[in-house]
Design a protein around this ligand. Structure first.
Ligand SMILES: Cc1cc2nc3c(=O)[nH]c(=O)nc-3n(C[C@H](O)[C@H](O)[C@H](O)COP(=O)(O)O)c2cc1C
Length: 206
C-alpha cells in the first residue's frame, strides 16, 4: 500500500498542518506495517505555474499542440507529480489557508492531478471522476474562524474548493481535519493543534 504525503505550508517546523499531517502519516504507518510513504514538499520544491511548456506530454492539450513526443524535464516533472498521485492508495495533504484559499504551491500541484483521461473524463452524462478509489485526508489550517454561521463563513475558499475539486475527480468523501483560529493567540493555537492531533488519532486506521 502506498501513501503520498503532500505539504504546502511555507512555514517549516512551526507549521500546524505539517505537525498534524506528520501525525496522520505516523498513524497510518503504524496501522499498516510496510506502508510505502512518499513525501512531496511543495514549499521546499515548488512546482511552477502550469503552462503549455510544462503540461504532461500526454495531456490532450499538449498533444493538440504537437507536444506528444516532447519529454522535456518540465513535462516530466508534471507527469511525475500526476503519477505519484495515481499510484497512491492514501493521500495526506496539508492545506493552510492563505488569503482565503489554498496556497499557490498547492494549486500548482492540483493543476497537475486534475488530468483528463487520468483522474476524470467527460462522458455522455457529464464529468466522471476516476480517482474515487483513493482515500484522501486533508488538514486545513486557518488563522481565523470560518465555520457555518460565523461572520467570515462566506470567505472560506480553501476547504470548499478542496471538497469540490476532489469530488470532481471522484473523491466524494475526503476526510478533512480543520485546525482554525491559529492566529488568534497562543491559547487558541494550542487548542486548534491539540484538536487536530486528536482528530488524527481517531482516523480510521489504514
Ligand atoms: C501568507 C499568509 C496568508 C494567510 N492568509 C490567511 C487568511 O486569508 N485567512 C486566515 O484565516 N488565515 C490566514 N493565514 C494564517 C494561516 O492560515 C494560519 O497561520 C495557518 O496556521 C497556517 O498553517 P500552517 O501553520 O500549517 O503554516 C495566512 C498566513 C500566511 C502566512
Amino acid at each position: 500500500m502506498k501513501l503520498l504525503h503532500v505539504d504546502s505550508s511555507i512555514l517549516s517546523a512551526d507549521s500546524v498542518s505539517r505537525t498534524i499531517g506528520t501525525a496522520i502519516v505516523e498513524r497510518m504507518r503504524q496501522a499498516a506495517p510496510g506502508l510505502e510513504v512518499l513525501s512531496r514538499d511543495l514549499a521546499a520544491e515548488p512546482l511552477p505555474h502550469l503552462s503549455l511548456a510544462n503540461l504532461a506530454s500526454d495531456h490532450p492539450i499538449a498533444a493538440a499542440h504537437g507536444f506528444s513526443q516532447d519529454v522535456s524535464a518540465a513535462r516530466t516533472a508534471s507527469q511525475d507529480a500526476l503519477q505519484e498521485f495515481l499510484d497512491a492508495d492514501i493521500v495526506v495533504i496539508g492545506a493552510p489557508m492563505y488569503n482565503f484559499t489554498i496556497s499557490s504551491q498547492l494549486k500548482a500541484w492540483i493543476d497537475r492531478i486534475i488530468a483528463p483521461g487520468k483522474t476524470f473524463r467527460y462522458g455522455e452524462k457529464g464529468p466522471e471522476g476516476l480517482a474515487g478509489e483513493k482515500r484522501v485526508i486533508i488538514v486545513v489550517t486557518r488563522g481565523g474562524f470560518y465555520g457555518a454561521g460565523t461572520p467570515m463563513a462566506a470567505a472560506e475558499h480553501a476547504e470548499t474548493y478542496l471538497r469540490l475539486v476532489f469530488g470532481f475527480i471522484g473523491v466524494t468523501n475526503p476526510e478533512i481535519i480543520i485546525a482554525e483560529g491559529v492566529q488568534m493567540g497562543p491559547g487558541q493555537r494550542a487548542v486548534a493543534l491539540q484538536g487536530g492531533l486528536e482528530a488524527a488519532a481517531h482516523l480510521r486506521a489504514a
